[in-house]
Design a protein around this ligand. Structure first.
Ligand code: C5P
Length: 405
């Protein structure tokens, strides 16, 4: 019943997926939400305002300058009324306008005026979606705090296959339910430590071995936990991300430094999420000065590596009472390996993902994960943005904490 009585402004733009907005309006109304629809002129080429007005039970906003002059500040009234503005689908053109802060139609004006969260669901042809300009605009909006619903990959109206599909209705509804679920303050008084990003293992003063982890997953978890009221310590490897508001960030470089930082803060924590991609090996004898090649021969170089300390396992052995969650990044025998990790490291939950799966690649904003629990249960999740996955992980951790499961 999360949507009952909620005020939702649904923006519809000129994308072939606009026809799906009719089903979305019907479902929102069925679940008790009050919906007002605003359309761009191009959206009206794909679906008629009459359809959406009938389904929403109210006039559709189309004009910046309505005939009825008494409605001159309509966009301000509607902006203040809204609990959420969702633009689904959002076209490449409207994305560009939003990124620039343009206000040359009713929908774009409203998006600038709302004080509530703005959620957008891009849907367009693959080439337009992957274009550097579109990706740049998405980056700008993401950094501004706009909630982006990742498009799905699949067959598009053009006959091409690739990312750009508006997710199906159940996926959209699930995201809205989670958005309105009242989670704020549910982690008040709880301390959570998150590791994120890669580690770098130096083999001389200028070179290192590392990995492709972007840190986005761990930062999303830290941000969501802080929103829920937790006291969050984020131990981050070298990444290009700014720390979410209200989070204590500790920057580290190597696996050993990450281990030291975590152990220093471990005593006071109720929960741990080890999402960092920690190196398993580090050079056994790093050189004090830059290793030179011998230009007279083609001889290669052999480096001897030693194991790094396993942070997750150490915590699992020491802190049996806290809720300990690990990640497993597996490209083969995924389930078996993740289950082994769950047992060996005494974790309460393992988040399994495969970076070779579409939608779960390194550095992306989405992930497809399976959650494995110590009691043998498992839960396969759909493609989710990393922010939404962070929410699900914390939901499950809160249950584990209260049930001791
Ligand atoms: O054993 P593996 O590295 O595959 O396990 C992955 C999990 O263990 C992740 O949660 C990762 O953060 C954690 N880990 C760790 N310390 C290490 C290696 C991995 O905490 N040295």
């Amino acid at each position: 019943m999360a949507l009952r009585g909620k005020h939702i402004v649904l923006g519809v733009t000129g994308s072939i997926a606009a026809y799906k907005s009719a089903l979305l309006v019907r479902e929102l109304v069925k679940e008790g939400a009050e919906v007002r629809v605003v359309m761009t002129p191009s959206a009206c080429e794909f679906i008629t305002p009459l359809t959406l007005a009938t389904l929403s039970g109210d006039d559709v906003v189309l004009d910046m300058f309505p005939q009825d002059r008494s409605k001159g500040t309509w966009h301000i009234h509607l902006a203040l009324w809204a609990d959420l503005m969702l633009i689904a689908p959002v076209s490449a053109n409207t994305l560009a306008k939003l990124a620039q802060g343009m206000a040359d139609n009713a929908l774009a004006s409203l998006a600038l005026a709302v004080r509530c969260p703005l959620m957008i669901a891009p849907a367009m042809d693959t080439d337009m979606y992957v274009h550097a300009a579109t990706q740049h605009n998405l980056g700008v909006l993401r950094n501004r705090g706009v909630h982006i619903i990742e498009p799905e990959s699949g067959e598009l109206a053009s006959g091409l296959t690739g990312p750009g599909r508006l997710p199906d209705l159940p996926v959209l509804m699930d995201i809205l339910h989670r958005h309105f679920d009242d989670t704020s303050g549910t982690l008040t008084g709880v301390s959570l430590l998150v590791t994120a990003g890669p580690t770098r293992e130096a083999f001389d003063p200028v070179r290192y071995s590392g990995n492709h982890s972007s840190g986005k997953m761990g930062f999303a978890i830290a941000g969501e936990a802080a929103c829920r009221g937790a006291r969050v310590t984020l131990v981050a490897g070298p990444v290009h991300l700014s720390a979410p508001a209200g989070v204590e960030r500790i920057d580290v470089v190597s696996a050993q430094e990450m281990y030291d930082a975590v152990m220093q803060h471990a005593e006071t924590q109720d929960m741990f999420v080890m999402s960092a991609a920690v190196a398993d090996f580090t050079p056994a004898e790093p050189a004090d000065s830059k290793i030179k090649k011998d230009s007279t021969t083609d001889a290669g170089l052999t480096l001897r590596l030693k194991r790094t300390p396993d942070i997750l396992r150490t915590l699992g052995e020491r802190s049996r009472n806290s809720v300990l969650v690990g990640f497993a990044l597996e490209t083969d025998n995924e389930h078996e390996n993740a289950l082994r990790k769950l047992k060996e490291k005494h974790a309460r939950m393992i988040v399994l993902n495969n970076p070779l799966t579409e939608g779960a690649a390194f550095g992306g904003d989405s992930n497809i994960a399976t959650l494995l629990f110590a009691d043998g249960r498992s839960e396969e999740l759909p493609l989710l943005s990393k922010n939404d996955l962070a929410g699900v992980i914390l939901d499950r951790m809160q249950v584990l904490r209260t049930t001791g499961g």
